[in-house]
Write a protein that binds this ligand. Structure first.
Ligand SMILES: [Zn+2]
Length: 453
């Protein structure tokens, strides 16, 4: 209509929002570094806002967790079950990158395409809405740097000749130099994670985006810390955390300083999962030779022909197994050292019978239930015992270092900082609803609205 003023979608008082995800950062590492002021930027954000420990999803593995962060859902909705799983439709193993050896064992080209394209195009549940889809449908501009869950509405042509078709991401989309919506001059993210080259790329892109104020919502994902923590063990990768701190600090500098940054942006900073020390390693497949076992880090799944209970009983009392989970009729069953807990989700929470101490892990009923309700999951799920890791397809592991994936608190708790938000996410599944509520965008029906803190 002529003369009609088109109102901006965000009011002048709504700040833009930056989500920082530091892969594998434990709450204890975060708290120690902030207390010692070894990480001045993280300390600044924690003091400017609110800090709490939150809970991850199960299995507490990166592709599952990043999908939970981006969709506000557990795997029952987003349908990404593990780092490695069996696609029943195509009758093939999907491997997102447990190790280079595991990628080779599953077929290098197929694994690379699964990780780059299929995870978002085909594996991510159609019933899930990503934060980019929800915010851009409301007229906002979203940006994502390196996060593996990126599904959006904008096609982006690959920047390298070995890839041919576009990926659908947010309007501003940067994925390890393979897709770049804008020419930023960021250095090539060659795979030298030990030297921090991937995060150096993310940092350069992040600076470029903040300098231009080129988004309403930005996901700034730093992956190198987890890699270092796997090698050295949890709470030991101090140098890498200081590097993450400097990367976040460079966003603040790009905005013109701390005051200018906080005037313009609200912030959520979290990790996707924790890590615990592992000293023992085993191949779970050898315990269940008549099943198809997909295992990596501290979680495993078994795809079965027969009754899952029979398989679970065979794992009772096995040293590397802490909890087994399977469905029986309308109920879920958890077993630990021969004891049993039955549970089912009702309208007003979970009904349980049996030994409740079997699932004495953070938010365990909800996480276990959702993992079992994922159509891509195996019929039997296994959470590793403390100190144990399951070797991947190529026999690779992190024994002597850190790992994650289980229901245990050490693998599952994450640091959460919020600045300029009036809600406090308690779970990584609360991050997407917090972002939508910040911009007054309606939540998808499956998501849980957060009460003001
Ligand atoms: Zn990891």
């Amino acid at each position: 209509m002529p003369g009609c003023v088109r109102l901006p979608r965000t009011s002048a008082t709504t700040k833009k929002l930056i989500l920082v995800v530091i892969d594998g950062l434990t709450p204890s590492m975060f708290e120690g570094a902030v207390d010692r002021r070894a990480t001045p930027t993280l300390a600044f954000l924690a003091e400017a806002g609110r800090y709490r420990r939150g809970v991850s999803t199960f299995p507490s593995l990166t592709p599952v967790c990043l999908s939970s962060i981006a969709t506000g859902a557990h795997p029952d909705v987003h349908e990404i079950p593990h780092l490695v799983w069996y696609d029943r439709t195509l009758q093939q193993v999907v491997e997102y990158g447990s190790s280079f050896g595991a990628i080779r064992a599953a077929g290098t080209r197929r694994s690379v395409l699964n990780t780059i394209y299929e995870m978002n195009e085909r594996h991510l549940g159609r019933g899930a809405t990503t934060v980019y889809e929800a915010l851009e449908d409301a007229g906002l501009t979203t940006a994502a740097v390196n996060i593996t869950c990126y599904r959006g509405r904008t096609p982006h042509r690959p920047t390298v000749p070995m890839l041919v078709r576009p990926a659908y991401g947010p309007k501003r989309f940067f994925f390890y130099n393979l897709f770049e919506s804008d020419v930023t001059g960021a250095p090539l993210a060659v795979l030298n994670r030990a030297a921090g080259t991937i995060d150096a790329y993310a940092e350069a892109v992040g600076r470029w985006l903040v300098t231009r104020d080129g988004f309403d919502f930005l996901v700034f994902y730093l992956s190198d810390y987890d890699y270092a923590s796997h090698v050295r063990g949890p709470d030991a990768a101090h140098e890498e955390l200081e590097r993450c701190d400097r990367a976040v600090g460079s966003l603040i500098a790009a905005a013109g300083g701390e005051d200018e940054f906080l005037e313009r942006y609200a912030v959520i900073l979290c990790s996707d999962h924790g890590q615990t020390t592992v000293t023992e390693v085993t191949r779970l497949q050898e315990r269940l030779p008549d099943a198809l076992v997909t295992a990596s880090n501290r979680a495993a799944m078994a795809y079965l022909e027969g009754d899952p209970r029979a398989y679970a009983l065979r794992l009772d009392g096995v040293p590397e197994v802490e909890v087994t989970l399977f469905r029986e009729g309308d109920e879920a069953v958890a077993r630990r050292e021969g004891e049993e807990l039955r549970f089912a989700r009702g309208d007003d929470g979970f009904r349980t019978s049996g030994d409740a101490s079997i699932l004495d892990h953070p938010n365990a009923l909800e996480r276990a239930w959702a993992a079992l309700a994922n159509p891509n999951a195996g019929e039997l799920l296994v959470s590793a015992a403390p100190g144990w890791e399951f070797a991947d397809l190529a026999g690779r592991h992190h024994a002597g270092g850190g790992s994650h994936g289980s229901l245990s608190a050490g693998d599952s708790e994450v640091p959460v900082v919020t600045v300029g938000l009036d809600v406090e996410p308690a779970s990584i599944t609360d991050v997407m609803p917090a972002a939508l509520q910040h911009f007054a965008v309606p939540l998808p029906a499956y998501a849980r609205p957060l009460a003001a803190a």
